[in-house]
Ligand binder design. Structure first.
Ligand code: MRU
Length: 393
């Protein structure tokens, strides 16, 4: 079950840049709940959606109330912790959450990681209540690690940009939304942009609107405005002429899944930007935590790309309506009756078009399978150190 309420603006009631928490796990008088800032309604309304069971959370994920790879991982984790607290079937909950959307590998990672912590506690002879406490602690750890990882992404990414495009005054093009809304911290690619902005080195952020659901126009512009950046929104089709007029110094995007061979799945429209960037000799950088690298997916062709409903393309307009995906069915038809639509949510960019992958464990440039494996191993060593710490506590 889920219900909505106007968002509480931070703990103090002020509307700070960081604003309403993107996701939180709460013990409400009604019981445990995962509370989400409803991204379908941004930028017009800051409303929270309160999910008190797993089906409500799955619906929130599928209708994009919560979206973006890292925060999907956190949502998957809290969802399993919620199932454990409610004493519903934890394996079934983990399965439903992990499969709610297919492309962002972080979603399954978060759900499975918290499920494993629950099982581990059960195997150690702890009762259901103690196992639920372990599950929630694991979800909170995942949330915290994502925030810490986001800070490292900003650090590594801004240092890399200084090397690639020295001298400041950067004009950065980004696509989709990769900021605070997708993260426990400041995000992935947009966390880097924010660091560049804070250092006084950002001349302009170019924000691709990101058809059909306008994550760029609605969400990245919302974050850029709060951060006080100079930014302009462009239609996706205007990117070519922007490159041609020499107005782009670097492209920074996030990722939903990076295959072992370095292919990057990200919001549809990313691949054309990579082709343009190569043609115009502009660096194209993907920024993602190591948890987005999937060694089990050998190559780009093996990445499952989510296909979404036709009405997202055929019905509109989205802009300023506060509507998105599932709700948009009620909107105005943009196409003749009976028109079909092609609506993949993501595309895949081959590694040879990617100048660098910035992770929270360091940078891969060139992007090779060997370097990605190295970064994943560094992260696994770190994870096993913190898991040891948690089991001892
Ligand atoms: O369909 P969405 O809005 O979930 O897609 C999100 C993206 O494609 C982001 O660019 C990606 O998750 C990286 S965010 C760190």
């Amino acid at each position: 079950m889920h219900f909505e309420w106007p968002a509480r603006r931070g703990q103090t009631g002020r509307m700070a840049e960081e604003g309403v928490p993107v996701i939180r796990y709460e013990e409400l008088p009604e019981g445990p709940a995962v509370v989400l800032l409803d991204q379908r309604r941004l930028p017009g309304e800051e409303t929270e959606v309160v999910c008190t069971d797993v089906p409500a959370l799955v619906d929130a994920i599928q209708s994009l109330a919560v979206r973006g790879a890292p925060v999907l991982g956190i949502t998957g984790g809290y969802g399993v912790a919620l199932a454990a607290a409610l004493r519903v079937d934890v394996a079934d909950a983990a399965e439903q959450l992990a499969n709610a959307r297919p492309t962002a590998v972080n979603l399954a990672y978060g759900a499975r990681r918290v499920e494993a912590a629950y099982r581990e506690a059960e195997r150690a002879g702890e009762g259901a209540e103690a196992a639920a406490v372990r599950a929630l602690a694991q979800a909170r750890a995942l949330h915290r690690e994502d925030a810490e990882g986001s800070a490292r992404l900003a650090e590594y990414g801004s240092a890399l940009l200084e090397e690639l495009v020295p001298g400041g005054g950067l004009r950065i093009l980004t696509h989709c939304n990769t900021g605070r809304l997708v993260s426990g911290g400041e995000g992935t690619a947009l966390a880097v942009v924010k660091a560049v902005h804070r250092a006084g080195a950002l001349r302009r952020l170019w924000v691709g609107e990101t058809r059909p659901l306008l994550q760029g126009a609605r969400l990245t512009a919302y974050e850029a405005a709060k951060a006080g950046m100079a930014y302009s929104v462009l239609t996706d089709g205007a990117a070519g002429s922007l490159f041609a007029s020499g107005e782009v110094d670097a492209v920074l995007v996030g990722a939903d899944r990076i295959a072992a061979d370095g292919s990057v799945a990200n919001k549809v429209g990313t691949y054309p930007l990579a082709v343009l960037a190569r043609h115009h000799r502009v660096p194209f950088v993907a920024v993602a935590p190591v948890t987005t690298i999937d060694p089990a997916t050998a190559s780009g062709c093996d990445i499952e790309v989510e296909q979404r409903a036709a009405h997202e393309v055929t019905v509109g307009p989205w802009g300023g309506s506060g509507l998105s995906g599932a709700e948009g069915k009620e909107g105005r038809a943009l196409v003749p009756v009976g028109a079909q639509a092609y609506n993949p949510a993501f595309d895949v960019t081959p590694s040879e078009l990617v100048t660098a992958v910035v992770t929270d464990e360091g940078v891969a440039s060139p992007v090779t399978a060997e370097r990605l494996t190295e970064l994943c191993s560094a992260s696994r060593r770190q994870a096993s150190r913190s898991a040891d710490g948690m089991m001892r506590s």
